[in-house]
Design a protein around this ligand. Structure first.
Ligand SMILES: [Cu+2]
Length: 371
């Protein structure tokens, strides 16, 4: 029995050591947490020097204790717990911490900061946090951008999208991706032109609990005035990617920031093909016409249409706008085609039998209506 108990204990320890987690531990006493993805204390391009501040606000009528952890860019931060710093917020109060990388941790460069709060009373420990990044190269006039703390990121069921990306002589764009997961992961980043074409695509490896910041020229080298950035996590990824973009004026170093927006990918049920059988017989398409009702298709759905002959050789004249070819259809030899109509394809499309199948062949015609 003792040996068995020891074995169970050993197994439990192994499981504890290999358990995958996100930053906010489930079932712990942590009631609120936030990730500030991009915090800087570093020189940038063109003589710029970027220094962040970190501001917190406590909306509650009781004091709050917030623990802040440092997660340097590009490193495995699985042991982030040793970087804990405590920030005390009076009831209703706030604080601004100047240059937190230097003032709290005595370091520099680029990092993410993870913050979690414990209430001293009450059940809710929500707090507000944001980071201001200033270009301080000219002491007479600073300017910069702001990044909010967030806990919303891109999961394996989502894509992340940033709509305002520029990379040309006037502006450059940096993007940051933070991996909120205890394992390393790979993220696919694409740049899409305004017509939806792929300008460039690249995969990035993100160590546990770490940030990667890159310039978009790393994804697509050719200059462009406007593009869309799309972020797709690896299949089966258990964490969240918290992302941001910063468009920077090449002449001044002034920047504008945005958080990556999150879109849920339709599940398999919604994207499933809808089967639709069209039976061809002397001298009828059913459905289709001339006596049967038209074939009705809805914009946004995908149909798998089977044209099947019940008696002799018929044919279908093509509808190239919908991707339907001109084909002969013999009994036992179906013509199967997938049609996914879009909004610009709304309307009525006529078709006819293309094989002389008997005396009524001339009247064997039908229609597809897309609405
Ligand atoms: Cu026919």
């Amino acid at each position: 029995m003792k040996t068995f108990a020891a074995l169970v204990l050993m197994l439990a320890q192994v499981q504890a050591a290999t358990a995958q987690t996100r930053l906010k531990p489930k079932g712990s006493s942590v009631l609120s947490a936030s990730i500030v993805a991009g915090v800087a204390s570093t020189a940038g391009l063109g003589g710029t020097r970027y220094v962040s501040s970190l501001s917190l606000a406590n909306p509650h009528p009781f004091p709050l204790t917030v623990t802040a952890y440092l997660l340097p860019a590009g490193y495995n931060n699985a042991n982030y717990g040793s970087s804990a710093r405590t920030i005390s917020l009076p009831a209703g109060g706030g604080v601004r911490i100047e240059d937190p990388l230097v003032s709290l941790w005595g370091t520099s460069g680029l990092a993410s900061i993870y913050l979690e709060a414990s209430p001293t009373s009450g059940n809710d420990a929500g707090f507000a946090v944001e980071s201001r990044v200033l270009n301080v190269a000219n002491p007479a006039a600073t300017f910069g951008l702001s990044l909010p703390g967030t806990y919303a990121g891109v999961t394996a069921a989502d894509v992340g999208v940033a709509s305002d990306i520029e990379n040309d002589a006037a502006y450059r764009t940096n993007f940051g991706l933070f991996n909120d997961w205890s394992d390393a992961t790979t993220v696919t980043v694409e740049l899409l032109g305004d017509d939806g074409s792929v300008l460039g695509s690249k995969s990035y490896s993100l160590p546990p609990f770490s940030l990667q910041q890159n310039n978009v020229s790393d994804v697509a080298g050719a200059p462009f005035r406007h593009a869309v950035l799309r972020v797709t996590p690896a299949a089966g990824y258990g964490g969240q990617i918290v992302g941001y973009t910063a468009v920077v004026d090449n002449a001044t170093g002034d920047g504008a920031a945005a958080m990556l927006q999150i879109y849920r990918v339709p599940d398999a049920e919604q994207s499933r093909e809808i089967p639709l059988l069209v039976t061809m017989s002397r001298f009828q398409f059913a459905p289709g016409g001339p006596d049967s009702p038209p074939i009705r298709l809805q914009v946004g759905s995908t149909y798998r249409i089977t044209f099947r002959s019940a008696d002799t050789e018929h044919g279908i004249s093509g509808i190239p706008q919908l991707g339907i070819a001109s084909r002969s259809v013999l009994p036992g030899a179906d013509y199967v085609v997938t049609v996914a109509p879009t909004a610009v394809q709304r309307g009525r499309y006529n078709f006819a039998c293309t094989r002389v199948c008997g005396n009524g062949h001339g009247g064997m015609h039908g229609a597809i209506e897309v609405d």
